[in-house]
Design a binder for this molecule. Structure first.
Ligand SMILES: Nc1nc2c(c(=O)[nH]1)N[C@H]1C(S)=C(S)[C@@H](COP(=O)(O)OP(=O)(O)OC[C@H]3O[C@@H](n4cnc5c(=O)[nH]c(N)nc54)[C@H](O)[C@@H]3O)O[C@H]1N2
Ligand SMILES: Nc1nc2c(c(=O)[nH]1)N[C@H]1C(S)=C(S)[C@@H](COP(=O)(O)OP(=O)(O)OC[C@H]3O[C@@H](n4cnc5c(=O)[nH]c(N)nc54)[C@H](O)[C@@H]3O)O[C@H]1N2
Ligand code: SF4
Ligand SMILES: [Mo]
Length: 727
């Protein structure tokens, strides 16, 4: 017997007439999902699907990956180079030759007048690795300014700095497979279900097969915290206190791995003396976690046969970000949890190629984790490129967060921005705006013409986007994967590496150094530079085709290895002077802006699943933007009630830097004294943020400052939000 309607109309799945699937790795987050883009008869991308046989995602994609093909027809792209004398004038089109001739002349003019380092270059974590290597070659070997950095200073700098201080080198030592064998996982300031959904899915699958404790340290009840066995709602900015207290308990109760410490660690005595002062009772008063809970967590972690820690921006974006990373590394060293299956200290990275820039862009040094400070490294690279080693500076120059103040002080006169949108993403936006107006010459190279920072440029260079060029990216577990080209860039826009190559030709050293025309030739050059000498970052066993065949390969992968190593430091030998890891003795210093009578709320910021960063991409895709088109803040319902504000109304937030208008969303995710705003909206959270810097990494403490909440006329607020392009 049939139930329901007689003339049933079965749902028809539209046939998208896909003729061809092209291989790619996702261009949003650092999870590194492999996907295929379906092209129809006309070669138009009409579908995206996860690849079942890919190790990382096994067929899955998150909502951003699922709609990634739609980017190819998104609005606001640039299609020709544009020029103007003054920032408030109209742009006029200029051909590539005109644009690049002008750019080379301006760079030379500024360098001659004010010195080589008066030109600054700020790049990103979103180019292809071959493009990073090429940009590094251009900046270090041809233009020769030392003030060269990336938006990774807003993102991964603390992780890099902490890894270097603890282990002697950058490079996350673990992998996602560690979830399958760990017996305990602590996540510090990392919200996997929204920010790395497919890593989260891997973790959840491991947990379904075999239960182990999941502990989440985050002042918010994030989605990950909701799924945790233990949630530690830490007082913002105090993770180091908790970490020192955990170590205190482990040492007091003799739960440490003595053999590992004796064989593989430096400076145990200093470390022990320091953490001695962080007894749980005193620590609890600072970090807000109950003293017995601190003891409980320390015992679970130390007693687990293997245990791992992951972290993201809750740790890195702090005035003690680098110390927090070292504190996590300490915890894993004293429990013998590095380089073993299920035991690791794994920084979850951010942008799709945050790792590629760390490895190859030369922002913090020279390619392949080489350092400017080491004469041998300078010589190796200079010989390889065929230039004089004296051309390289002997130490690293300014980082992104110091470049903007250097514009204010007149030290920097020209700025070239590649694939980042600092007007929206830097802290203290009012100050950034003023700084940009002081520049004699500013170039923005972006895929979108309507990216806010372009408003301040004298020259705009339209770049080719994801899928419009071919090359590799490295994910959070050191897995190198490839995006194939499946569509032509719009109009006259060009791949970033093409732009770098053409600019190089206009300088003396650019005629001496070889700049290959294809990314596979560039990759071959990088392979040679990565080879031998006991380098951990060795990719000499890889090639573009092999990477596609395996759907991503991890480094190190030396010549004649069949596949890459899953973990670093499994032999307990670290790239430090004596081969041992450093236990870091660090005291907590209270140096944040904290709430007071005038500004009674903590301002915390971060991300939501449907948006990526400054929304130049996701703000244009209806399927993503529809979920949160309006800037909003999370506020605790009790606090909202006390202030007499209700759901969906507008309020004005005020900090010592500026103000912002947001919609109210009451939720118990945030404690009573905190509001949380997604970072994605222009003219919003970073008009308020302070961004005090970590002393080692120079990364801003985006997640800690103080605000107050004021009433605002509702129609005026809606109007202001429109004018500010906040929607
Ligand atoms: N959907 C989406 N995914 C993304 C991105 C995106 O824009 N959208 N961006 C990518 C990039 S570049 C990055 S860097 C990652 C970021 O990934 P995550 O770091 O996971 O994301 P956030 O939301 O910035 O911050 C994580 C958490 O840190 C917490 N936090 C704040 N202060 C503290 C503190 O003092 N201590 C601790 N322990 N936690 C604190 C916040 O409450 C927040 O829940 O995401 C990547 N993935
Ligand atoms: N308040 C607050 N602020 C934050 C954060 C926070 O948590 N809170 N997080 C910080 C973090 S972790 C990060 S990573 C930054 C991100 O900050 P941004 O780097 O400013 O963010 P995006 O919007 O990703 O900017 C990338 C730009 O590159 C362009 N682009 C994309 N692909 C290409 C390409 O192939 N070539 C070229 N030439 N251009 C391309 C995009 O259109 C976009 O304009 O924000 C930081 N700011
Ligand atoms: S989890 Fe990250 S890499 Fe995977 S589909 Fe989503 S945005 Fe892309
Ligand atoms: Mo990031």
């Amino acid at each position: 017997m049939l139930f329901g309607r007689k003339n049933r109309k079965p749902i028809k799945i539209v046939d998208k007439q896909i003729k061809n699937w092209k291989y790619a790795v996702c261009g949003y987050c650092s999870t590194g999902c492999t996907l295929e883009v379906g092209l129809n008869n006309e070669g138009k991308p009409v579908s995206s699907r996860g690849m079942g046989s890919a190790h990382v995602n096994r067929g899955k994609l998150c909502i951003k990956g699922i709609f990634e093909h739609e980017l190819s027809s998104s609005a606001g792209r640039g299609d020709e180079p544009l020029i103007r004398e003054k920032t408030h004038e109209e742009f006029r089109p200029v051909g590539w030759d005109g644009a690049l001739d002008h750019m080379a002349l301006e760079i030379k003019r500024v360098q001659e007048k004010y010195g080589r380092d008066s030109v600054a270059i700020v790049s990103t974590g979103q180019l292809l690795t071959e493009e990073f290597y090429t940009l590094g070659k251009l900046v270090r070997g041809v233009i020769g300014t030392n003030n060269y950095d990336g938006n990774t200073t807003l993102c991964m700098a603390s992780a890099v700095s902490g890894y270097k201080r603890s282990f002697g080198s950058d490079g996350p030592p673990g992998c996602y497979d560690d979830f399958d064998s760990t017996h305990c996982l602590i996540a510090f300031g990392s919200n996997l279900p929204e920010q790395h959904p497919i890593i989260y899915w891997r973790l959840k699958e491991a947990l379904e097969k075999r239960k182990f404790p999941l502990i989440v340290v985050d002042p918010r009840v994030t989605m990950l915290a909701q799924f945790a066995d233990i949630h530690l709602p830490i007082t913002p900015g105090t993770d180091l206190v908790l970490l020192n207290a955990l170590a205190h308990v482990i040492l007091k109760e003799g739960l440490q791995d003595r053999g590992y410490i004796e064989a593989h660690c430096n400076d145990f005595e200093d470390f022990e003396k320091t953490v001695e002062q962080y007894d749980p009772a005193s620590a609890a008063k600072v970090c807000g976690i109950d003293e017995d809970m601190i003891r409980h967590v320390a015992r679970i972690y130390a007693n687990a046969p293997s245990a791992m820690s992951i972290w993201t921006m809750g740790i890195n974006q702090s005035t003690h970000g680098s110390d927090g990373v070292c504190g996590i590394n300490n915890l894993n060293l004293i429990t013998g949890n590095i380089g073993v299956a299920g035991g690791t200290s794994l920084s979850i990275t951010g942008q799709c190629n945050a790792m590629g820039t760390r490895e190859w862009s030369s922002c913090s040094g020279l390619p392949g984790y080489r350092m400017l400070e080491k004469p041998r490294h300078r010589r190796e690279v200079a010989d390889f490129w065929g230039i004089d080693e004296e051309f390289f500076p002997a130490k690293r120059g300014l980082q992104q967060t110091d470049i903007f103040p250097a514009i204010e002080s007149g030290q920097i006169k020209a700025l070239w921005i590649v694939a980042t949108n600092p007007l929206t993403s830097m802290p203290n936006q009012p100050r950034i705006k003023k700084a940009l107006q002081k520049l004699e010459f500013m170039v923005v190279q972006d895929i979108y013409r309507d990216c806010e920072t372009v408003d301040y440029a004298h020259l705009y260079l339209p770049a080719a986007s994801w899928g419009e060029k071919e090359g590799v990216q490295t994910n959070s577990e050191r897995r190198v994967n490839i995006v194939r080209k499946f569509i032509e860039p719009p109009g006259k826009s060009k791949p970033d590496f093409w732009i770098f190559n053409q600019l190089a030709k206009r300088f003396d050293n650019g005629k001496k150094i070889k700049f290959p025309d294809t990314t596979s030739e560039i990759f071959d050059e990088m392979k040679q530079l990565s080879k031998g000498d006991g380098r951990t970052l060795d990719i000499s066993g890889m090639s573009h085709d092999l990477i596609e065949k395996h759907k991503g390969l991890q480094w190190p992968m030396r010549e004649n290895q069949e596949t890459g190593d899953q973990r670093l430091y499994s032999d307990g030998i670290y790239p430090t002077a004596n081969g041992r890891a450093n236990l870091m003795a660090m005291h907590y210093v209270e140096n944040n802006e904290t709430p007071d009578k005038q500004f009674p709320f903590w301002l915390n910021s971060g991300r939501v699943i449907e948006h990526f960063h400054t929304r130049t991409k996701t703000g244009k895709l209806g399927n993503l933007n529809k979920f949160s088109p309006t800037p909003y803040m999370e506020i605790n319902p009790d606090a909202a009630r006390e202030l007499g504000i209700s759901s969906m109304q507008y309020v004005r937030l005020v900090s010592k830097r500026g103000d912002a208008i947001v919609m109210v969303q009451p939720t118990h995710r945030v404690p009573r004294d905190m509001v949380f705003i997604p970072m994605h909206y222009h003219d919003c959270v970073n008009r308020l943020s302070l961004g005090l810097l970590d002393p080692y990494s120079r990364q801003p403490a985006f997640k800690q400052c103080a605000v107050r909440i004021e009433d605002i006329d509702q129609s005026e607020a809606a109007q202001l939000n429109v004018e500010r392009r906040a929607f």
